[in-house]
Design a protein around this ligand. Structure first.
Ligand code: ARG
Length: 364
């Protein structure tokens, strides 16, 4: 049993990396009291946080029921990350009624019709292990099943399009040049085997087997297969009309759900995701907007980050997680909260927050 060294190691991380939520909430007594097989499971779940001390979360679930089984530890991390007070039960509301509020940024300022918007949800199929625990055969079986669902979806006139695989030998396989082009177009995901977190968690194992992407004819509805979650389902549009964006995602998600086995969901955690940061609606809604004045021409994100934070939004550079701001001050803005807020509330928060940031930018 690796217990004493693991416990010492996590105690050391807690001292050097106070923002590592795994280390912050690891309780040696809880761990020591678990039966051996559960200690082994939990050790694997928290491997990224122990191997990579500067993790922010530091854990990935390997099976949907990990969240219930290890709730005494994972709930503490989840509450901390999602800012859910100890006396409030963790629970996920569902409300896709996005037509009940009009969230059209173009009505605030016609220039906001140029923003590119994207909303994605993470979904995992209950009958498969989560990506960190899949073997190569699981990955390929999952992809084959998903490809069949996409063929059915493509028959609908609102969807069309095709499934593109990067699995060697797949009947849907695309060549390297097309893969590179799709990555550059921000449609396809990057080579996961370069991501340390995903490596340590086992999520990028067997790359590129079992990986691919469905893309609709209009290129406005996409589904990633075999990235951090079984499925990342997304809608992307330019134009500022958040209602249209969310309605497109909801329609595609509903149709796809009917073509696949049941997703792992719970009343408590919402959509089960590999990473505890993505629980809840499993949703990340973002838009790319140029804020040249607030960001000092993209040189300094301090001001926009603190303004955004008080609006419940997070700011990233436009190149994705851990990237810097683009020239022209192009930044990626998205509501931070995922768990405990409904889809409709996320849309509303993005709209209200961007409206407030735009007013600040325009006043400078
Ligand atoms: N595992 C990383 C950490 O703990 C990333 C967490 C959030 N990002 C993500 N893609 N799930 O810092």
């Amino acid at each position: 049993m690796p217990t004493p060294s693991l416990i010492d190691r996590i105690a050391a991380i807690k001292a050097t990396n106070p923002d590592n939520l795994m280390a912050r909430h690891f309780d040696p007594d809880y761990f020591a009291a678990l039966p051996a097989d559960r200690q082994t499971r939990l050790t694997r779940i928290i491997a990224s946080g122990t191997e990579i001390p500067d993790s922010n979360m530091g854990a990935y679930a390997m099976a949907p029921d990990d969240y219930d089984t290890f709730a005494p530890m994972l709930d503490a991390m989840i509450r901390d990350f999602h800012a859910i007070p100890a006396d409030t039960p963790i629970s996920q509301p569902k409300d896709w009624d996005t037509g009940s509020q009009i969230c059209d940024l173009g009505a605030i300022d016609p220039r906001l019709r140029e923003v590119s918007m994207r909303v994605r949800v993470a979904r995992n199929v209950a009958s498969f292990p989560l990506p960190g625990a899949m073997d190569k055969a699981d990955r390929i079986a999952f992809e084959t099943m998903a490809a069949t669902a996409f063929e059915a979806l493509a028959e609908h006139p609102d969807f069309g399009g095709k499934y593109l695989s990067i699995t060697p030998g797949s009947p849907h396989q695309i060549d390297d040049a097309e893969y590179t082009r799709r990555v550059a177009a921000h449609q396809m995901f990057k080579d996961m085997s370069n991501d340390r977190y995903l490596q340590v968690a086992g999520i990028s194992n067997d790359w590129p087997h079992g990986r691919g992407m469905y893309i609709s004819q209009a290129e406005d509805f996409l589904v990633w297969v075999g990235e951090e979650d079984h499925l990342r389902i997304m809608a992307m549009q330019t134009g500022g009309d958040l209602n249209a964006l969310f309605a497109r995602l909801h329609d595609g998600l509903t149709r796809l759900s009917a073509l696949l086995p049941a997703f792992a969901v719970s009343d408590k955690y919402g959509a089960i995701a590999s990473c505890p940061t993505n629980l809840g609606a499993g949703m990340r809604a973002s838009l790319h907007i140029k804020l040249p004045k607030l960001t000092q021409a993209g040189q300094d994100l301090t001001r926009v980050t603190s303004a955004a934070k008080s609006l419940g939004l997070a700011v990233r550079g436009a190149g994705g997680e851990h990237s810097d701001a683009g020239q022209d001050g192009l930044v990626d803005i998205s509501p931070s909260a995922r768990l405990g807020v409904s889809e409709m509330q996320i849309m509303q928060r993005l709209y209200d927050g961007v409206a407030a940031l735009w007013a600040m930018e325009s006043a400078l």
